[in-house]
Each structure stands twice: as structure tokens, then as C-alpha cells.
Design a protein around this ligand. Structure first.
Ligand code: ZN
Length: 381
């Protein structure tokens, strides 16, 4: 086609280019679509996702589509060179016909490239948003949650019951002076509890408290009378660990001081507490006892929560379970806290939380409670 190309030569060449365009555009045909159909792109995306078509594929297709555009209608394309030859056709009518022929083909080229490019970009945007937002259909990973220790569980239950009875919760100190641990509680100098084989002495004059009764004195000194409080907490005794003893264990101490408080109030309070703890049919009994800081003193038992009193392994066939000590606050203890025993009286009681946990969960060995073995602790969730 060096000189004066003919209409036939030009259009034959144009048709050949058109054919090769049709062939090469085929792989992008699916992105061309119907521009009036708003469901076209979403439908296409669903189809593409089934095929596993990804963002990387979008980028690759956009690049390939642009290369195709440059090849077919770019400035240096065969097509552009062909178009320049139209003006050299000698016959005017043939020239005009050739121009029309080529422009029809060219319109088809541009009409396909642009919508296909726009649709591909839309698909890319949608996939990008989908990747960046939360997929609520993926099953969540459940975080491993802890739970409270069985001793905390029982302690909180005890606290709830006494708070509902109008008691405050006191938090005492774990290292005490001899005065609060013994003297203030009316424990004489020669009492065996003071012996170093029973108590953990730290530096001179201090010891790890051997009972929560120490909190009674602090509470009365701090609040004066009347006072109603319970004090759950750790206590320490020099015991060799065995299935029923630990050198560290939990007690809860209760104290009620007011005008006209009698043993009847003590029995009523302990009875109510145990009924709420172990059920409405729980019975309590008091046995005379001795404690230096109460007078009179009594130990209290409750009817077995397992057999109801008929006798079983838990209550050792007796029908009763021993739980704690109690009594009317000794006048000497009231005086230490500057409370006049002529005007005020009160009762106090104490019980072991660990022992209660062991009973409630039927533990043969209370050392399990402090071994931090998850296989054991996870059973209390
Ligand atoms: Zn029983």
C-alpha cells in the first residue's frame, strides 16, 4: 500500500484488524456487560467469587486490557497508520466510503474498551471493601475465660447473705501486732496459741494473724458501737499440711455489738445464715465451748446438707456437721475498744471457709484448693 491505496485494500485490512480485535477482546467480553443493568456488576462479582477471582486478577486484567487498547487504537497502532491512508484514496466516493467503514469499526473498539475498564474498576473496589470489612459469617474465636476460685465463690456467697442482713464487710490486715492478735482478744500470756510452734512470728512483736477475730478489735475501735460487720480473710497457723490442714486458710469472722444483744440474736443470725447457705430446712445446734474472747462460748453445728440429718459419709453418720465457734463478746474485749460493757453487748462468730468449700464440693483433701492445678479448678466453672 505504498502509493494510492484502493478502497478494497484499506477495508480488507481494516476487517482483518477488526477480526483480530474480536479474537483478543473475547477474554474481556464478560466485563463489557449491559450498562443499563444495575445488577450486572453485583451478579458478575458473585460469579467471579465462586471462581476464586481475586484483586490480583483485577489488576492483571486491567493491565492486559490497557495493553490491548494501546495495541489496537494507540497512537502508534496499525489502525492509526491505516486511518492516515484514507486521504490518499484517489476516488472521492471510495475515500468517503472507506472513512465510514473504518469509523464504524473504530466506534466499536472504543465502545468496548471504556465500559469494560470501568466495570473492572468497580469490581476491584467492591472486592477491596469486602476484604477490608468484617466478615460476620466467619465463626468467631471464643476467648478463653477464667472464673473465680471455689473459695472466692463461697466467700462471695457468704458476703451477699450478710450484706443483706445489714452487715458491713471489713478487710483486715494479715500481719498483726501481738496486741491485736492476742492481748486485745483476752488471750493470756501463757496461752498455748501464743507459742511459736503455733504462730508464724515475723519480726519481734509481729505475727501473721492466726484468726480473723483480730478484725473485731479494729472494727470496734474504728466504728465504735453499735457495729455489725463480717471480715473474711486469710489466717496462718504453723500446721503441717495434711488432707484437713493447711498452714494458710480462710476464715470469716462476724461481729454484732449493740444495746440489748443476747445469745438469742446470735442463734437467730447463725441459723438464718446457714438456712440461706444450705437450704430452708437446715437446723443448727450450739454446744458449750471455751474461747478466751467470748463468754459464754459455743461451737455451732448444722444439720447435714447431704442427708438432712439421717447420717451419711459427709457427716460421718452423725447427721450434723461442725462448722465454727461463737459466743457473746467478752467484756474485756469490749473495754479494749473503749465500749462500755454495761451499756453494750454483742456476739461474735467465726468459721472456716476452706472447710465449708471442702464440705460443699465433697473434697477429700483441702490441699487441692491451693495447688493451682487447672484440671481441679476448672471443675468449678
Ligand atoms: Zn449427712
Amino acid at each position: 500500500m505504498s502509493d494510492a491505496p484502493t478502497y478494497a485494500q484499506l477495508t480488507t485490512k481494516a476487517d482483518a484488524i477488526n477480526e483480530s480485535f474480536e479474537r483478543e477482546f473475547k477474554r474481556f467480553e464478560r466485563f463489557f456487560g449491559d450498562r443499563l443493568d444495575s445488577e450486572f456488576v453485583p451478579r458478575l462479582i458473585r460469579q467471579l467469587q465462586v471462581e476464586g477471582y481475586s484483586l490480583a486478577d483485577v489488576d492483571a486484567d486491567l493491565k492486559a486490557l490497557n495493553e490491548l487498547r494501546v495495541k489496537f487504537i494507540g497512537k502508534k497502532s496499525e489502525w492509526m497508520a491505516l486511518k492516515k491512508l484514507i486521504g490518499r484514496i484517489g476516488d472521492e466516493r471510495e475515500r468517503r466510503n472507506a472513512g465510514e467503514h473504518l469509523s464504524l469499526i473504530e466506534v466499536k473498539f472504543t465502545d468496548r474498551f471504556e465500559p469494560a475498564r470501568l466495570n473492572l474498576e468497580k469490581i476491584g473496589d467492591t472486592l477491596r471493601i469486602k476484604r477490608e470489612c468484617l466478615d460476620v459469617t466467619i465463626p468467631g474465636r471464643r476467648p478463653r475465660r477464667g472464673h473465680v476460685h471455689p473459695i472466692t465463690l463461697v466467700r462471695e456467697r457468704i458476703e451477699d447473705i450478710f450484706v443483706s442482713l445489714g452487715y458491713a464487710i471489713e478487710d483486715g490486715r494479715e500481719i498483726e501486732t501481738d496486741f491485736y492478735n492476742f492481748d486485745a482478744l483476752n488471750i493470756p500470756q501463757n496461752h498455748p496459741a501464743r507459742a511459736s510452734q503455733d504462730t508464724f512470728y515475723t519480726t519481734d512483736g509481729f505475727a501473721l494473724r492466726s484468726q480473723t477475730s483480730t478484725v473485731q478489735i479494729h472494727a470496734m475501735q474504728g466504728r465504735g458501737a453499735p457495729v455489725r460487720m463480717i471480715a473474711p480473710g486469710r489466717v496462718f497457723r504453723r500446721d503441717t499440711p495434711d488432707p484437713t490442714h493447711n498452714p494458710m486458710f480462710f476464715q470469716v469472722e462476724g461481729l454484732c455489738v449493740d444495746r440489748g444483744i443476747t445469745m438469742a440474736h446470735l442463734k437467730g443470725t447463725v441459723g438464718e445464715f446457714l438456712r440461706r447457705m444450705f437450704g430452708p430446712n437446715t437446723r443448727t445446734r450450739f454446744r458449750p465451748s471455751y474461747f478466751p474472747f467470748t463468754e459464754p462460748s459455743a461451737e455451732f453445728d448444722f444439720s447435714c446438707f447431704k442427708c438432712g440429718g439421717s447420717g451419711c459419709r459427709i457427716c460421718k453418720q452423725s447427721g450434723w456437721i461442725e462448722l465454727g465457734g461463737s459466743g457473746m463478746v467478752h467484756p474485756n474485749v469490749l473495754r479494749v475498744a473503749d465500749i462500755d460493757p454495761e451499756e453494750f453487748s454483742g456476739f461474735a462468730f467465726g468459721l472456716g471457709i476452706d472447710r465449708m468449700v471442702a464440705l460443699m464440693y465433697n473434697l477429700d483433701d483441702i490441699r487441692l484448693l491451693f495447688e493451682n492445678d487447672l484440671r481441679f479448678l476448672e471443675q468449678f466453672d
